[in-house]
Design a protein around this ligand. Sequence first.
Ligand code: MTE
Ligand code: MO
Length: 307
Amino acid sequence: MSRIPSRRTLLAGASATAAATLLGACDRLGNVEWFRRTLKTGEDANMFVQRLLLTERSLAPEYTAADISPWFKPNGTEDPPDKAYKALARRKFADYHLEIGGLVEAPFSLSLAELRALPSRTQITRHDCVEGWSCIGQWTGVPLANLLTRARLKPAARYIVFHCADTMEQASPLEGGDDPETTEPEAAPTGANPNMTRRPAGAEDRRDSGKGEDTASGDDGTAPIRFYESIDLVDAFHPQTILAYALNGETLPIANGAPLRLRLERNLGYKQAKYVMRIEVVASFADIGQGKGGYWEDQGYAWYAGI
Ligand SMILES: Nc1nc2c(c(=O)[nH]1)N[C@H]1C(S)=C(S)[C@@H](COP(=O)(O)O)O[C@H]1N2
Ligand SMILES: [Mo]
């Protein structure tokens, strides 16, 4: 693990100055989409330095079976309260379908059995949560690149959005949907800002428009705000980016994101979306949720969480 601390040290000290120094040698990067944004924020500088040093294809360290943590600590949602999810869980996800759509030529959906039948990748990696803990686990799943290749991205595609099953909090009644079905609200997790402002109802509708998703509202007219995340195409096509259905050789437990969760190695824990129901390919995530690219990003976390 010696690479990580030294990289962290470098990133901590690096920032825009180092990025600017390296700039002269890298004029061709001016054509890269993310680079064209001005490097005015620490997040941009961090992303620039990391990608310059590691190159787009660099792998996160992989470990041996002896390194696997005896228990993979679950965090965030550990048992989604949502009705639709509970119904799927009761039947051991036999009715589950992963949907892939948005800016693709050939949208499709796959059952868990179909996903398991596809070529898989197994990797033993370390998960780092911003809360200050790490676990090493062995993940088995389908490389996201294979699914995206099959769906055939349209030229405007720029981000991959993961829509998850779990409700994190309820939107204000004023903007709730009108579906009479009930979803039990879950207490907002620590760190959530109860005063956050909501997007107009239209944005909520778009976010929850996915086929097969539970768009239930609470009895009081509130609308569920579910976990979501987004990544760019560099991370999406990274060879260690997989949709995992197994942990340590066993069926993925509900606590860790069953039936399917993202493993985005080289990124912090909150990017590793659990309970993935739908993958949406988009040109921009401005109209999804609060527009910051993820549930925790909407609460102020950085969108780019490379480590
Ligand atoms: N759908 C969903 N995905 C999620 C979360 C969540 O609450 N809901 N929490 C995130 C956070 S902060 C972490 S650290 C990891 C925890 O994954 P684990 O439960 O397998 O440890 O999941 C991430 N993905
Ligand atoms: Mo986390």
